[in-house]
Design a protein around this ligand. Structure first.
Ligand code: URA
Length: 426
């Protein structure tokens, strides 16, 4: 065992200093993928990864208020974009370091970069200053934070070694620990469009991440949430910013608002700004309805060089007009018959968005920020024949794919009822 631990230390060091070749790194990762790690080895891997770069130290007077959340990735998942400013409006400090989308899940950075001028490549020093001053920053991973993960994740991605509990734990928790946070909420997705298709595997990942993060002194709660149909109504980068902004103005879809309020409530109670999760969730909800969360979002956009004036149009009516690209084609998807919506297949929706250009199929590939889909119905919506189910915004003119997206919608003859996305708490 001691030998294996020594091996983990040397492995992470050799990944960071480049003394191991890509083939050797993949071989070592494949061994972990096949045989797993026990919990003390997973803790060691995570700590070594965290310490491969800078670990942020916050001024003592604010360090207990520093929080973050992370999602394992979903379709239409824009929770972070509404949650981070809402938390800051409630007094928390949020240095949110996010990733780019790859494959069918979108990335928070790609969505934010649809705001003209918005910079996500912010050095650590600037991140610390911005969070100390306004309470929130949403940025990308820099060269100096967890460099071991940058290389390991890229190699796992090209060699099919992503879906491993110890490797995902090391990757996610090391990045959050390097932010120097006190409390963390992890949104572990399960379902057809999630990494973890089965609830039991999502729970296994949640227990692993929680025990490792708590062992590193971070108060951690994991939510297990369903990822079978898209979150909210918008899928596609700028369309998701518009929906996030609508949520920040108290006009968001109920499933998105629930995820924002519950995760925010858990964090506010973990750091003592709320007496319990219910109180914390009410504080977050108030910040969405009284305009303070939206004000924080605008402050963040300005601080990071974004054109906040595009959101000025009319805060009481519709806050994202400046992001809608009027040059796009739009195609409506119509229902074939009367009934109630029983399923909206997130994988089919995400695959179409990928084909439209909203996502990337290889690391570093470019994306189209404007294209995407607005879904006009939700689970349980009554629909009539020829009613519009969704509108696809695209550049391609007509294509079979646009009409095939009808298959993503299942219409039942029996009434259907939406249920909460939250399946469990760990
Ligand atoms: N997201 C990460 O940051 N790392 C993983 O390993 C999986 C998802």
């Amino acid at each position: 065992m001691g030998g294996r631990k020594k091996g983990i230390e040397m492995f992470v060091q050799s990944v960071s200093d480049g003394s191991m070749s890509d083939e050797e790194v993949i071989e070592y990762l494949a061994e972990i993928f096949e045989n797993g790690l026990d919990s003390s080895e997973t803790v060691l891997l995570t700590k070594e990864m965290r310490d491969s770069g800078v670990v942020i130290q916050w001024p003592e007077e604010m360090s207990a208020l520093v929080v973050d959340k992370h999602s394992t990735g979903g379709v239409g998942d824009k929770v972070s974009i509404a949650l981070a400013p809402a938390l800051a409006a409630c007094g928390a400090k949020v240095p949110m370091i996010s990733g780019r989308g790859l494959g069918h899940t979108g990335g928070t950075l790609d969505k934010l970069e649809s705001i003209p001028g918005f910079r996500t490549d912010i050095p650590v020093e600037e991140l610390i200053q911005q969070v100390s001053k306004i309470g929130v920053a949403m940025v990308g991973q820099t060269e100096d934070l967890v460099p071991a993960d940058r290389r390991m994740y890229a190699l796992r991605d090209i060699s099919g070694l992503v879906a491993s509990v110890p490797l995902i734990t090391g990757s996610i928790v090391s990045k959050k620990a390097a932010e120097g946070i006190s409390a963390l909420v992890l949104d572990v997705k399960t379902g057809s469009a999630a990494f973890m298709k089965e609830k039991a595997s999502a729970e296994e990942l949640a227990y692993s991440m929680k025990s490792v993060a708590e062992g590193m002194g971070i108060s951690t709660t994991c939510l297990i949430t369903s990822m079978d149909h898209p979150i909210g109504h918008a899928v596609g980068n700028s369309l998701e910013i518009v929906e996030s902004v609508e949520t920040l103005c108290g006009r968001g879809p109920s499933d998105l608002e629930e995820l924002v309020c519950i995760q925010g409530g858990l964090l506010l109670s973990s750091i003592g700004l709320a007496v319990d999760q219910g109180h914390g969730s009410a504080m977050i909800l108030d910040s969405l309805y009284d305009g303070s969360a939206f004000d924080k979002f605008l402050e963040m956009v300005k601080a990071q060089g974004g054109e906040s004036s595009i959101f000025d149009s009319d805060r009481d009516m519709f806050a994202g007009l400046g992001l809608i690209n009027s040059e796009l084609y739009s195609t409506d998807v119509l229902s074939d018959h009367d009934g109630w919506v029983s399923d909206i297949d997130a994988v089919l929706i995400a695959d179409l968005c990928l084909k439209l250009g909203a996502g990337r199929t290889e690391l570093g590939g470019s994306i189209d920020h404007s294209v995407g889909i607005i879904i006009h119905v939700g689970i349980g919506s009554p629909v009539s024949k020829n009613e519009i189910l969704a509108t696809v915004y695209h550049r391609n003119g007509e294509s079979d794919d646009l009409h095939a997206i009808k298959d993503a919608f299942s219409i039942s003859e029996e009434p259907q009822f939406p249920s909460s996305r939250i399946l469990g708490v760990v």
